[in-house]
Design a binder for this molecule. Structure first.
Ligand SMILES: Cc1cc2nc3c(=O)[nH]c(=O)nc-3n(C[C@H](O)[C@H](O)[C@H](O)COP(=O)(O)OP(=O)(O)OC[C@H]3O[C@@H](n4cnc5c(N)ncnc54)[C@H](O)[C@@H]3O)c2cc1C
Length: 458
């Protein structure tokens, strides 16, 4: 192991290779804190050539490696007992091509950095995970990240045109195309969402969209969570497609209220954050139609933002919700399953039953418009009994999502966390086919191994 670190230092310079107990502690996990694997070392390459050197040295010494952006992944994707290849120093926006509505960026640039760079040109980058101020484009691509605005604009896969990546054999490849409809098979589609198992993205060309003329935001409070989610499917059924439809339950409302001094209507036990974009007329019409639906579903109060400051204040509770759980426990597991949105009321009721049966607290938030649930379980991950209860509840929730015709992950990926659930969704043949696709990449054995696909026969 010392020889690997030595070789990496000789190639990248000693300040680009971090090792030691403090480094092990900081990089032993991502935001899925239940599984920890102290790394051998962390490398900070600055260029594609340096990434190639790291991959080649790891291959030479038979050491596993994983790319890491900001480490906000919620399924253990960047956790590796090997070399952590951090993209921290590859964080530049290389070019905004306003005419062709594209951004060329390095993988360590944050999601928000891209939108900020595009803003002066009247453009924005649509995928907006709630972690967007820190999570990186490399991580967003690897996880095919979604976000509140996925409902209208789609996930990361819909906004990546081309990537440059270092393949597991150390070669550099360019996948995708800056022009649409390039012929042939589309390996880029395989890479987006592959959780860093097919190589390390070193540059990405992203699609930018024109900023809408007008955005309207409203917060609807409900006495019953099921009424809030019923409003979601009714809205979409009548043809209103909001930019965002975010749901927060009473546990989240309590923790954000206590943490940040926010006041909510006393009768409210859930809220729905609704956002619409388009022209002045279209957004006014959509907001009015959505307000009518909320009225029919028993809304107790509707707050409508009158300007940008009020819009930010309506988003504040949603954006800070997960952090507020820190009041309850030192850690938490954020689950992520999707279901058809019409089944949200039933799903919330059944999750409540599961929580009671397993003796865990589940706080629910959801990108409700997409039927993407995030049941969060605050816990002390040093207590094996609490961890075991969380796993039992998670198992039931995942089975519920699949039984309802949904998925074991809407956007957080499989990583380590969801490996046991892949068999709920895929047959042995399906998994074998996926494994063979990964194995087509020479050198795959060391490139973020043990993620995404359960081992054959395991
Ligand atoms: C508070 C909070 C809110 C969140 N909200 C959302 C949300 O709304 N929507 C959503 O989708 N996710 C959300 N997430 C999850 C997470 O932020 C996303 O998955 C994000 O895309 C991860 O980016 P990252 O830079 O932190 O990646 P990391 O956690 O560092 O890595 C994630 C995966 O990407 C791989 N990877 C990283 N960089 C590269 C690269 N250059 N090349 C190849 N592979 C790479 C890693 O190996 C790993 O498998 C949230 C997380 C938190 C903590």
């Amino acid at each position: 192991m010392a020889r690997v670190v030595e070789a990496l230092r000789a190639n990248l310079g000693s300040d680009a290779v971090l090792a030691g107990p403090a480094v092990e502690r900081v990089y032993e996990c991502d935001a899925y804190t239940v599984e920890k694997r102290p790394p051998l070392c962390v490398v900070l390459p600055e260029s594609t050539e340096q990434v190639q050197s790291v991959v080649r040295i790891c291959r030479q010494h038979g050491v596993p490696y994983a790319a890491r952006g900001a480490g906000t992944g919620l399924s253990g994707g960047a956790t590796v007992a090997g070399v952590v290849l951090s993209t921290r120093r590859m964080n530049r926006i290389l070019r905004i091509d306003a005419e062709n509505r594209m951004a060329v960026v390095q993988p360590g640039a944050t999601n928000l950095q891209v939108t900020r760079a595009a803003e002066p040109h009247g453009l924005f980058f649509a995928p907006d995970p709630s972690s967007q101020h820190v999570s990186t484009i490399g991580g967003n691509i690897a996880e095919n990240a979604g976000g509140p605005h996925t409902l209208k604009y789609g996930v990361t896969a819909n906004h990546v045109l081309e990537v440059e990546m270092v393949l597991p054999n150390g070669e550099v490849a360019r996948l995708g195309s800056k022009v649409p409809e390039a012929p042939g098979l589309h390996p880029l589609a395989l890479v987006v969402g592959s959780e860093g198992t097919l190589g390390v993205v070193t540059e990405a060309t992203l699609r930018l969209l024109p900023k809408p003329q007008c955005v309207r935001t409203a917060l609807a409070f409900f006495a019953e969570p099921r009424d809030a989610v019923r409003a979601v499917s009714e809205m979409i059924a009548i043809g209103v497609v909001p930019l965002a439809l975010e749901f927060l339950d009473s546990t989240f409302m309590r923790v954000v209220s206590e943490s940040f001094g926010l006041d909510f209507p006393p009768a409210a036990r859930a809220f729905l954050l609704m956002e619409f974009d388009g022209t002045e007329e279209s957004t006014a019409e959509e907001l009015s139609a959505a307000s009518d639906v909320c009225g029919r579903c028993g809304v107790v109060e509707l707050q409508i933002a009158r300007d940008e400051a009020e819009r930010a204040s309506l988003w504040y509770a949603r954006k800070n919700a997960v952090g507020g759980l820190g009041r309850i426990a030192p850690s938490k597991v954020t689950h992520d399953g999707s279901i058809p949105r019409s089944k949200l009321p039933e799903a919330l009721a059944r999750i409540e039953e599961i929580a009671e049966r397993q003796g865990v607290l589940v706080a629910n938030l959801a990108h409700a418009g997409d039927g993407n649930l995030h049941p969060c379980m605050p816990l002390d991950d040093r207590d094996p009994e609490q961890v075991a209860r969380m796993h039992r509840a998670a198992d039931e929730i995942m089975r519920l999502c699949v039984e309802m015709g949904g998925s074991i992950t809407g956007e957080h990926g499989v990583g380590l966390e969801k490996l046991p659930f892949m068999r709920l969704m895929f047959s042995a043949d399906d998994l074998d086919f996926q494994r063979r696709l990964v194995q087509a990449f020479e050198g795959f054995e060391l490139c973020n191994p043990g993620k995404l696909l359960p081992e054959a026969g395991a």
